[in-house]
Design a protein around this ligand. Structure first.
Ligand SMILES: [Zn+2]
Length: 270
């Protein structure tokens, strides 16, 4: 697929943000596989370089682009306006931030409410009652729906932090809804949310990427997206290593460098 975007705004990437391209005020046009001299010439260059101009996936990709939706890739959405930080850097944060990080889910934190909460059937809001009630969203709830809210300790190297995982991500990771899992427990004569059933263990010991919101006031890390894409995790890992090196250079090596080059220049020449 060859796409031309006219009048585009390009924002250069940094160590924290990926390069982004967006439309400009009313002026942008997207041309996809147009028959025009520039594209014909561009395609001809691919032939001479013997690079496979793969068109087999075109129609599939195009149907995935629904009108009006963002043209950002899943990874760009994952990273959008977020800072890539290691868990040790997150633990040092002094203000609210949207962060992207990686780590291994080590163990669950039982807490006060266990692994699920009862909610309105429409809006995911925690139920105000244990019996039938009308939610503030207007829905009359005959039956309350269990939803995942799982607190777990996530490790990266020697550092760790407690992350809160919500219904959608847990359902993906575990492969079962909280309702289904709670029903399985009830079949075994148990419905205490502080008893963690075995299928929850499927989330453990996996290295994942997380997009999350850190809030100082609650000292909490609330996960909004999870990815198990190995390539993406590798890229994030490399980026975090770069951050660590920059920090180390700033504090220690820059100081040494200054001493060597400005205070004791003779040390270098010898
Ligand atoms: Zn509701």
């Amino acid at each position: 697929m060859i796409m031309i975007l006219t009048q585009a705004r390009v924002k250069e990437g940094t160590t924290i943000y990926a390069t982004s391209i967006s439309n400009s005020w009313h002026g942008s046009k997207v041309l996809i596989n147009e028959v025009m001299p520039e594209i014909v010439e561009f395609k001809a260059r691919f032939t001479s370089l013997q690079i496979n101009d793969d068109v087999s996936g075109e129609s599939q990709q195009l149907t995935q682009m629904t009108q009006g939706s963002s043209l950002m890739s899943e990874q760009e959405k994952f990273l959008y306006k977020a800072a890539v930080k290691s868990i040790s850097e997150i633990n040092a944060l002094k203000e609210d931030a949207t962060i992207v990080t990686i780590g291994i889910i080590g163990n669950f934190v039982v807490g006060k409410s266990g692994w699920y909460y009862l909610s309105c059937s429409n809006c995911f809001k925690k139920s105000e009652s244990n019996i039938a009630y009308r939610c503030s969203c207007g829905t009359y709830n005959e039956n309350l729906i269990p939803r995942y809210k799982l607190e777990a300790k996530v490790y990266h190297g020697k550092d760790s932090a407690n992350f809160i995982f919500w219904d959608r991500d847990c359902t993906c990771l575990i492969g079962k809804s909280a309702l289904k899992l709670r029903d399985l427990m009830i079949e075994c004569g148990e419905d205490d949310p502080k008893i963690f059933p075995e299928p929850l263990d499927d989330t453990l010991a996996r290295t994942l990427a997380y997009r999350a919101k850190y809030q100082v006031a609650y000292n909490s890390i609330s996960v909004s997206k999870v990815s198990d894409d190995a390539e993406f995790i590798k890229v994030l890992k490399e980026q975090m290593c770069c951050n660590e090196v920059i920090r180390y250079l700033t504090i220690h090596e820059m100081n040494d460098y200054f001493l060597l080059t400005c205070v004791f220049p003779a040390c270098i020449s010898n």
